[in-house]
Structures are given as structure tokens and as C-alpha cells.
Design a protein around this ligand. Sequence first.
Ligand code: FAD
Length: 239
Amino acid sequence: MSTAPLPTGPAPVGHWTTGAVVELERIGDRLVRLRLEVADRIDHLPGQHYVLRLRAADGYTAQRSYSVASAPGDPLLELMVECLPGGEVSGHLHDVAEVGDVFELRGPIGGWFTWAGEATALCVVGGTGVVPVVSMLRHARTHQLADRLRVVAVGRTLAELPYAAELLEAGAFVALTRENLGDRVAAPPYPEEVAPLAEGVERAYVCGSVGFASFATRLLGEVGVRADTIRVEQFGATG
Ligand SMILES: Cc1cc2nc3c(=O)[nH]c(=O)nc-3n(C[C@H](O)[C@H](O)[C@H](O)COP(=O)(O)OP(=O)(O)OC[C@H]3O[C@@H](n4cnc5c(N)ncnc54)[C@H](O)[C@@H]3O)c2cc1C
């Protein structure tokens, strides 16, 4: 439990800075968890992201957005990256990056997809779309706000779902589409599974691939969540 005050006001906006990799963990075949020490770090709100820029010796640069998994009070910035086939930045972070590397970073960014406990919320997230919600869950745990945050997390298998153990421990409803989980047969979440979690929610968050976001938005509509309360963050080529 924390007695630190809850963040209030508009979401903070950060500038370009640098982050040094302090911890790096490769998880399974495709995930890498990075913990960075960020120079002049500005506290983020749960749900915000950073832009990470790679710079080659010849000056060529490539930059991509990555959501923050750490809670605002964490002294390090935690990112979880899925290595995509042929992925320029995710491939480098997964295959090449090591402790001691320093990356250019800009953040925190994003004033819309944030939650600091101000509303009772339902999150429906898939794949690496769970990352910003892990920050929200960690923040909720620290500030005893868990009753205001409900989470439906969707993955292909438990091994492929980032933070699966932490999500289950936090009470998230986990739906796996390619393997059974306990008595639950592999399938996307059904409206009747999500409906009880939608009762009384004031806001909803959807995060994942473009295809997942449209599935989750439709699902929320089917269980009675008003479209104007749904905040969507899409990852992907068109996100
Ligand atoms: C706000 C925001 C937050 C994000 N947070 C995270 C995060 O926490 N963790 C994370 O792993 N990713 C996250 N992403 C996605 C990330 O920014 C990159 O798109 C992803 O890492 C791919 O970049 P790349 O350079 O490796 O692939 P590229 O070299 O750009 O693309 C390689 C191939 O993959 C396709 N592709 C590109 N992006 C995606 C994607 N996201 N899903 C499926 N196919 C794709 C391309 O069309 C291409 O065929 C986030 C995106 C946004 C917009």
C-alpha cells in the first residue's frame, strides 16, 4: 500500500532523453522485458508510452512506440516487446540489445489512454496490448484501487501472453484462444463471460492489434458498454 498522493491533472509529456538498459530478460521465443534507467525521467501515468529510437553508426534511425509496464513509482522504466518476424526495432531489442545499451527515448506520451483510478474501468486487451494495463494494475495494487479496475486479457497460449502469471494473480479474466485454461476451452472471450465485469463501469480501455481492437470494441458493445466511454489504443502497421 502507498500513501503517496494519486497523480492528478493532465497527462505529463516528456522530451527526448536517454535510457540505459539495467535489466534484460528474454522470455520464451518472442518476448523481451527491458528495464531502463531514464535520465531526467518524468513520472508517467499508467497507460502512457515512450518512443524508442535506434540510431546506426551511419546516422540512420528507426523509432517505434512502446507502452510502459512499470507503475509510476517504479524507479526504472519497464518495457515488454514482442519480436515480430522481420521487425526492425523489435528484432533488434529482442536479438541484439544487452544490458548497458543506451537508447534515445521520448516520453511519457499519450493523454487519452491513461487511468490513475479516477473511474471504474474495464480493460479488454490482447497480446502485448496487456502492457499498459499491467502498469494500471500495478498502480491499482499500490494505491488499493483494485476494485476499480477489471481486466479481460486475451492470448493465444499462456506462454505467449506477456505477464500471464501477474495478470492471473491480479484477478484478471484470461481467455486463451489456442489452448485450454483449466476448464475453459480455447476460445476468444464470450459476451456472457465479460458481461458481469461490465456492470457499473464508467470507462473501458481496449488495446492490441488492429484486428483485436475491432473485436474487443464490438464485444464491449454487445455487453452494453457505451461506445463513447471506450478508449482504444491500436498496435500495428496502421496503429
Ligand atoms: C502507442 C503504442 C504502444 C505500443 N506498445 C507496444 C508494446 O508495449 N510492446 C510491443 O511489442 N509493441 C508495442 N507497440 C508496437 C510497436 O510500436 C511496433 O509497431 C512493433 O514493435 C513493430 O515494430 P518493428 O520495427 O519491430 O516492425 P516493423 O519493421 O515496423 O514491421 C515488421 C512487419 O511487422 C508488421 N507490423 C508492424 N507493427 C506490427 C504490430 N504491432 N503487430 C503486427 N504486425 C506489425 C509490419 O507491417 C511488417 O510486416 C506499440 C505501438 C503503439 C502505437
